[in-house]
Write a protein that binds this ligand. Structure first.
Ligand code: ATP
Ligand code: MG
Length: 262
């Protein structure tokens, strides 16, 4: 049965999509069966997986509003080696369309239920907002992976996010966990980075991933070729870091279960 992880942070540009694409490809490299769901109308995970968001016959939007079956919308990322549920701007309409349907918070969870056993991991790329789309991701997920940059305001944003996840968990998904906090675009030459990192270690000793993702230009270049860094430049520090993250994530799954947030 697949573990479902929402990759979420309401702050924009912290590395959610980069983490989804590269973690998905790294888990595939360790022989896991992976589905990546693009739940962001920006469609960045779709393009970064080598699928043209402008040429979609069906997208995750159609699945959420019940216009098509999940399998009809599914595509294969050739370079990534994972299955993809793609998204594009149509998804902005989902916020409005979902208001009129029943069980609007659990549309994604219900859609995933019949195919969960076909995968080891399902990763959901969330938009940078705590919208109905993100709520659908949090209801469908077993855990939340929070990518963050070690900046001054990061800790403040983090406590807001953790509170929101706990609130949503309590109401709609009591078994939801904070799966892990991931330091992205990490540059140890910046002293603020080290300060914030030390505080994260102190406050979140169990949830913080030991693996850090360095600032690495290969990670920024790869999506324009529709590739994960692992294929674009497998020797790059970025590719190696995401492989290490996949290893750490898999080891955590084998370790003792963690308490729910709610
Ligand atoms: N470790 C990294 N090193 C260098 N550049 C990175 C790294 N991680 C992400 N980037 C770049 O930073 C930008 C933001 O990353 P990304 O799109 O993954 O963030 P996001 O959280 O998904 O953004 P949004 O909130 O808009 O969805 C992108 O241009 C990406 O290529
Ligand atoms: Mg993104």
């Amino acid at each position: 049965m697949a573990k479902v992880f929402a990759i979420a942070n309401q702050k924009g540009g912290v590395g959610k999509t980069t983490t989804c694409i590269n973690l998905a490809a790294s888990l595939v490299a360790t022989k896991r069966r992976v589905l990546l769901i693009d739940l962001d109308p920006q469609g960045n995970a779709t393009m970064g997986s080598g699928v043209d968001k402008h040429a979609l016959e069906h997208s995750i939007y159609d699945v959420l509003v019940g216009d098509c079956n999940l399998l009809e919308a599914m595509q294969f990322s050739e370079h990534g080696g994972y299955q993809l549920l793609p998204a594009n701007r149509d998804l902005t309409a989902a916020e409005v369309s979902l208001l009129n349907v029943q069980m609007k918070e659990s549309r994604l969870r219900d859609a995933l239920a019949p195919i969960r056993e076909n995968y080891d991991f399902i990763l959901i790329d969330c938009p940078p907002a705590l919208s109905m789309l993100t709520i659908n991701a949090l209801v469908a997920a077993d855990g939340v992976i929070i990518p963050m940059q070690c900046e001054y305001y990061a800790l403040e944003g983090l406590s807001d996010l953790v509170n929101s996840i706990q609130r949503i968990g309590k109401l709609l998904n009591p078994s939801l966990k904070i799966e892990g906090l991931l330091r992205t675009m990490y540059d140890p030459r910046i002293s603020l980075t080290n300060d914030v990192s030390a505080q994260l270690k102190q406050h979140f000793p169990d949830t913080l991933y030991q693996t850090v993702i360095p600032r690495n230009v290969r990670l920024a270049e790869a999506p324009s070729f529709g590739m994960p860094a692992l294929v674009y430049d497998k020797q790059s520090r970025g590719a190696i870091a995401y492989l290490a993250l996949a290893g750490e994530l898999v080891r955590r799954q084998r370790a003792a279960p963690r308490p729910a947030t709610a």
